[in-house]
Design a protein around this ligand. Structure first.
Ligand SMILES: Cc1ncc(COP(=O)(O)O)c(C=O)c1O
Length: 478
């Protein structure tokens, strides 16, 4: 059979494809180069371009090449988490494989609502690869739009498991309880609210000296609820808290959950990939005993948003929570549609970005990358601890560091660090965000980008010091 020829016939296209592809290639090349090294300053959107973005919808269209060039200028002047010194929140990397997979996905526009055909092999393989990388006994899993949705998916599955029939009857106030560390991500609280359990069902468990959930207090809180007739729905442990990177003691928490048949969900949106690292894998002992696990591939696995997944070590729980029969989505014989395992209907093939990245780079390069960022964090902590004008507010187990600049003299450190965070962002060489740890305002840095170098840390510290000097000089003259 001759190969299928796809004619490049302009009669069936609304754009000049050749020109559009040329622009795309040159814009991608420019963007990728710009991620290679930290920039001395961020570009400002030219006024003429700014004016074009105020224009009304044109009656007659423009050339796609012109429109793409404008879009690229706007993106280049936006805050991109892929830059090596973008250290605020939890940044990204601009991984080339993710961009290419995303383009292919958009070209084919496969819908992961119903049965999608051959691509399902790739989705399943990606879930298996991710589970193998972090050492999780996968039985089933789904890709979602982010850690928020993955946590919600797990909570809904756990709710139906602990309180069967809730999908139909709803939840009575005070029926269930969900246990989290005091520094769990707010998405868990939101998931509990959306699941109808009510925010009052959250038991916020105090932290130990490593900022992990105190397991003795967890145990006691569960006993109290059971004695009061409240059903424990799930314990949500965090493997890498957003604020400090703390990894809850998963083994000890599993020891509490297992005898009670209580669902253990691990929110590893940020930290879980480090379970596959050489440097920090030991922190995740017990991960394999969890019922479900959230991993955001758009954080430390470096692919573009939005790509998260929830992995389960049991079968049937997702179907119990989501399966339904509709006259427009029949289950002929034994077919199962993707919407029977997840919240969303129409959705893209989120897995492809991660699949292409894992296939291209392999487990070894990912491990090297994780170890490199951990080494960067260790290096930064050592430098900060050796410097008289800085302090580190905790012992960072992963790559998130809360630090403070100490200008010396009689200065309000909270105010100084809040002003400093804004000044660093305005300076443009680095981007970081302020945070509050134990009531103290600090600068929070997260290192997950393989492009960040040890020399970039020199730039980071120089930028903070330069900005602090400018602030000091300004306050001396006022
Ligand atoms: C621990 C943790 N869980 C959940 C989330 C929410 O993830 P997303 O922004 O992908 O919805 C975050 C985001 O930073 C996080 O750090």
């Amino acid at each position: 059979m001759p190969p299928l020829a796809v004619p490049d016939d302009p009669a069936v296209s609304l754009v000049d494809r050749r020109e559009a592809l040329d622009v795309l290639v040159s814009e991608l090349r420019r963007a990728w180069r710009s991620f290679d090294a930290a920039r001395p300053a961020e570009p400002v959107l030219p006024a003429a371009l700014r004016e074009r973005f105020d224009a009304d919808l044109p009656e007659d269209g423009d050339r796609i090449a012109e429109a793409m060039a404008d879009a690229a200028r706007a993106l280049d002047a936006s805050v991109s988490p892929s830059r090596p010194l973008m250290l605020a929140y939890i940044p990204s990397t601009g991984l080339e494989a993710g961009v290419l997979a995303e383009s292919l996905c958009a070209a084919y526009d496969v819908n992961m609502a119903a049965s999608a055909g051959a691509i399902e092999h790739i989705v399943d393989q990606t879930l298996r690869w991710m589970a193998t990388f972090v050492g999780f006994p996968l039985e089933e899993g789904v890709f979602t739009s982010g850690g928020m949705t993955s946590n919600l998916t797990a909570i809904l599955a756990a709710r139906e498991h602990a309180l069967p029939g809730t999908r139909v009857d709803g939840v009575r106030a005070g029926t269930g309880a969900v246990y989290v560390s005091a520094e769990a991500h707010h998405s868990v609280v939101r998931a509990v609210e959306v699941a109808g359990l009510g925010r009052a069902s959250i038991r916020s468990i105090p932290l130990d000296d490593q900022r992990r959930m105190r397991v003795d207090l967890l145990d006691a809180a569960i006993d109290r609820d059971v004695a009061a007739g409240t059903t424990p729905v799930a314990v949500v442990a965090t493997a890498g808290t957003t604020l400090t990177g703390a990894v809850d003691d998963l083994d000890a928490i599993a020891d509490v959950c297992r005898p009670r048949g209580l669902w253990l969900h691990v929110d590893g949106a940020y930290g879980a990939p480090a379970a596959g690292s050489r440097a920090r894998g030991h922190l995740f002992a017990g991960l394999a005993r969890a019922d479900s696990l959230t991993i955001d591939a758009h954080k430390w696995m470096g692919v573009q948003k939005a790509c998260s997944m929830v992995l389960l070590s049991r079968t049937g729980a997702l179907a119990s929570a989501f399966r339904h029969e509709e006259s427009y989505l029949l289950h002929e014989e034994d077919t199962s549609h993707h919407v029977d395992h997840t919240l969303e209907y129409s959705r893209p093939v989120r897995a492809l970005k991660l699949w292409l990245a894992m296939r291209t780079h392999g487990a070894r390069q990912y491990r090297d990358w994780l170890d490199h960022t951990v080494a960067l964090a260790d290096d930064l902590v050592a430098r900060l601890r050796a410097a008289p004008d800085f302090e580190v507010l905790h012992d960072p187990p992963l790559t998130t560091i809360c630090l403070r600049h100490l200008p010396g003299g009689d200065v309000d450190l909270d105010r100084h660090n809040a002003v400093l965070a804004r000044a660093v962002v305005t300076d443009g060489r680095a981007y970081l965000a302020p945070a509050v740890l134990d009531g103290r305002v600090c600068l929070r840095v997260t290192l997950v980008n393989f492009r960040t170098t040890h020399a970039d840390l020199d730039t980071l510290l120089a930028t903070i010091r330069d900005c602090a000097a400018t602030i000091a000089a300004e306050s001396a003259t006022t």
